[in-house]
Design a binder for this molecule. Structure first.
Ligand SMILES: C[S@@+](CC[C@H](N)C(=O)[O-])C[C@H]1O[C@@H](n2cnc3c(N)ncnc32)[C@H](O)[C@@H]1O
Length: 480
């Protein structure tokens, strides 16, 4: 054993990653650190976290030869956890590294240090284990081996001054909440004193929430099945169950049989708000991976045209519908641009339209922490223009008395209530249907925290709005 701390014992297995299978081999922490550091560097270079992870997890000289699928999935889950934890603390990690280093080291070394510091901040492992494994990770790679002493020294220096450094880092809200100045300014202007709670929720690890497929099971049946497997779960929406300890989907009882899908409870509002009924013609645009398409088909014998312009993502709609037992002639997946109706519309108006518009994703930061690093303020206006264009393009496809549900997973008013207010002003014959509360423009859900987990009340019977959700904006527009 070559680590800095001889008491650390053999390389620890990762148990906190969303494990895929009890049979999968647990990857060693030092291997995971190397790959997470590479993914982190990809994100720093402007890649999305998903893309960076895809790249680093390809079998190659660093990851080693191809592994059994279960092992590969478990490794992927562990690397994702560590890389996401680093992205979630990026501003603090950057600050701490400038405090702890006299000059920036090689990118591979600073990547390893960033992931190491983020894990020490998260307190996911015993300090000595983490330091030992980070040193081992440095030694394992030819281009970082010479810096293993530096890795050891910097992580130990952090531990010696931890309290003071964490307090200094946390004194700045941009660093504490890991958001750029423009993002913070916008939220403060729109939400005032509610901003802190919103930002705190956004720093959490995302809760794993399921939607029960009403065609296969009920919420009580699913809760019972989870309980039988010893999995703690609580109902957090009319069809939503929060699985309090994340596991890989294949380990969720009933998942492969189509009893459930993974979907945030806030996203699950789409189906009930659209009130689809048997025989209705429904257009679902920006549909992949098909979470909402499936929900509509679970709720009623309607026919759905699911339009998605990314062919690879469109294939996932079909796969999800197959698993849920919903594939058939009434579910048509079309690869097309939503802005080009002749490519998917036969001229017969739709009774319902679901527009899940492209947006900043500012409401789902805890699921996609890279969003705050990759977005620029100018993106908000660009996306708002695209959303307005989509609303304008789709409106003529709606039948008289038909309803269009506009959804964005954003908390910025420019994409939500201001977008819809502007549409209502310029579009004769459009009226807004009040959803919940008293804002005629629509319903803004702000991400709410799971912590303290014990304090979360289960879904009150009959309540439509989930008790645990990410950030979404919904507007229900009717053609008069
Ligand atoms: C937020 S995701 C939609 C999630 C989906 N509605 C669900 O519930 O599973 C947005 C999707 O819109 C697609 N998209 C973006 N612009 C589009 C366009 N102009 N036409 C069709 N699809 C588009 C993206 O490729 C992406 O798959």
């Amino acid at each position: 054993m070559s680590g800095a701390d001889p008491t650390a014992g053999p390389a620890p297995a990762i148990f906190n990653a969303a494990d895929t299978s009890a049979r999968a081999a647990a990857p060693a922490l030092h291997e995971v650190l190397v790959l997470a550091a590479a993914a982190w560097r990809g994100v720093q270079g402007g890649q999305s976290l998903d893309r960076a992870l895809e790249t680093v997890l390809q079998p190659n000289s660093v990851t080693g030869p191809a592994r059994a699928p279960a092992d590969q999935a478990r490794l992927g889950g562990a690397v994702r956890d560590l890389a996401a934890a680093t992205v979630r603390r990026a501003a603090t990690v950057d600050f701490l590294l400038t405090r702890l280093l006299h000059r920036p080291p090689d990118a591979a070394v600073s990547g390893l240090l960033a992931v190491g510091i983020a894990q020490l901040l998260a307190r996911s492992y015993a300090d000595f284990t983490l330091v030992d494994q980070a040193v081992r990770a440095a030694r394992a790679q030819p281009h970082t081996a010479a810096a293993s002493g530096l890795v050891n020294a910097v992580l130990r220096a952090f531990l010696r001054q931890r309290e003071a450094l964490e307090a200094e880092a946390g004194a700045d809200p941009q660093r504490r909440f890991n958001v750029p100045a423009w993002w913070l300014r916008r939220l403060q202007a729109e939400y005032g004193t509610r901003t802190t709670a919103l930002l705190a929720a956004q720093l959490e690890e995302p809760p794993l929430v399921l939607r029960v497929n009403a065609r296969r099971a009920s919420v009580p049946q699913m809760l019972e099945r989870l309980q039988q497997q010893g999995m703690d779960a609580v109902q957090v929406g009319p069809s939503a169950i929060w699985l309090q300890r994340a596991v890989a989907v294949e380990r969720i009882p009933g998942f492969l049989e189509g009893w459930v899908s993974v979907q945030d409870a806030g996203a699950q509002l789409a189906g009930p708000l659209l009130e689809v009924a048997a025989g209705m013609r429904v257009l679902d645009v920006c549909a992949a991976p098909g979470g909402k398409t499936a929900q509509l088909l679970e709720m009623a014998d309607c026919s759905v045209d699911a339009v998605e312009f990314d062919p690879q993502r469109a294939r996932r709609i079909g796969a999800n519908l197959e698993r849920l037992g919903l594939a058939g002639p009434n579910a048509r997946v079309v690869v097309a641009d939503a802005l080009d109706p002749p490519a998917y519309w036969n001229g017969v108006p739709y009774d319902r339209i679901l527009l899940d518009a492209p947006c900043t994703a500012s409401g789902v930061v805890r699921r996609h922490p890279d969003v705050v690093l990759l977005r620029r303020e100018s993106d908000v206006a660009k996306l708002a223009t695209q959303q307005a264009k989509m609303l304008q393009t789709l409106w003529p496809l709606l039948a008289p008395a038909g309803r269009l549900l506009y959804v964005v997973c954003s908390v910025f008013a420019e994409e939500g209530r201001r977008q819809v207010s502007a549409f209502l002003q310029r579009q004769p014959g459009a009226r807004s249907v009040l959803i919940h509360g008293d804002d005629p423009a629509g319903l803004q859900l702000l991400p709410c925290a799971t912590a303290p987990t014990t304090g979360l009340a289960a879904q009150p019977a009959g309540a439509a709005i989930p008790v645990l959700h990410d950030g979404f904006f919904y507007a229900l527009l009717e053609k008069t």
